[in-house]
Design a protein around this ligand. Sequence first.
Ligand SMILES: NC(=O)c1ccc[n+]([C@@H]2O[C@H](COP(=O)([O-])OP(=O)(O)OC[C@H]3O[C@@H](n4cnc5c(N)ncnc54)[C@H](O)[C@@H]3O)[C@@H](O)[C@H]2O)c1
Length: 385
Amino acid sequence: MSNKIIGVIGAGTMGSGIVQLAAVSGCDVVMMDANPLAAEAALEKINKTLKSLVEKGKLASEMANTAFSRIKIGRSMKDFNHCDLVIEAVVEEISVKKELFKNLEEICKPSCILATNTSSISITSIGSLCKNAGRVIGIHFFNPAPIMPLVEIIPGLATANATLAESVEIIKSWGKTTVIAKDTPGFIVNRVARPFYGESIRIYEEGIADFATIDWAMKEIGGFKMGPFELMDFIGNDVNFKVTETIWQQFFYDSRYKPSITQKRLYEAGFFGRKSGKGYYDYKEGAIKPEPVKNEVMGKHIFMRVLSMLINEAYEALYYRIATPSDLEAAMTKGVNYPKGLILWGTEVGLSTVLETLEQLHSMYNEERYRPSLLLKSSVLSSRK
Ligand SMILES: NC(=O)c1ccc[n+]([C@@H]2O[C@H](COP(=O)([O-])OP(=O)(O)OC[C@H]3O[C@@H](n4cnc5c(N)ncnc54)[C@H](O)[C@@H]3O)[C@@H](O)[C@H]2O)c1
């Protein structure tokens, strides 16, 4: 339990979840949205969610009532002047976020931490208009915020150590697992997970297998809870495509993160997935899900190709000191529910097998996309000594 005063700006999908989490964790919360109707709707949604948690026996009725009474809707930015921590969850637009932080700094007390829930924008750039960027930090929740156990904490270049330590302490007191990520595109999870989607789409584009077969291979042989195409349809192809495109651009168009034409076309057609009724699969009532081709040999080949790319990305993230090995493992198991951490998985399947798979792909396609990480190569070499 925590007794801090929390401000949340932006009361959409993420903001409303963060408000609920903070209130249930014992904090007083001020919530504001540029659209007052959105704040009212968020309050209504939180009320409903708390009531359903009570009905399911997951929350005591008294606790739900107390939590709900802790939430206030702010009418102006001035209502944030007594907060200890303000978390911003507004639109993913750099100019909007930069301006917001500049204004917040004028209003909030000097000890207040200013955090952003951005998925893809640099924390350093968001804080760049602030006079004291030492109190600006990334606190990246996953959707739905009250349920997902992981939170990535991202200090920018100017973030003070005290801001980092206090942010970790507050988020841990809300029952979350925190990992610390360097301020680089996609932080940990959104960067390391890219090949799960990108390489699977590539396999489809090459005509090796259809969506259902690739999903079957990754679930049945790989043990993933959802196949890549099912997951993209769940996340939304609009969101997934935009995240991929942003990460690729921010890595100065490194071909390893290149988005695919297949997903761009789905995005352009409005085939966003479950939410639009059609994505890689058809979600209309009565639609029949295609059957996979359950060929074990092909399935193993698909799984090993995608897994090798994921392990390579994890090694690259380690090589560039994006996170510690233990934070990287926690991020992928708790942020995207992978059945195992990728470092552990690499040792289980054998790093030399992973390297061989990548080298074969690299020599076959002659594409930078398949270049093995230096750390992966040196780990294989040292294990052979
Ligand atoms: N949706 C996800 O899965 C997810 C996961 C992690 C992080 N994020 C990040 O969280 C942030 C919010 O995403 P979301 O999915 O909740 O978006 P959303 O569209 O559901 O909500 C955004 C809200 O911000 C409000 N808003 C816009 N500009 C504002 C301003 N200047 N001041 C106050 N309110 C403003 C909008 O009216 C809207 O209600 C983004 O930065 C996004 O990248 C999203």
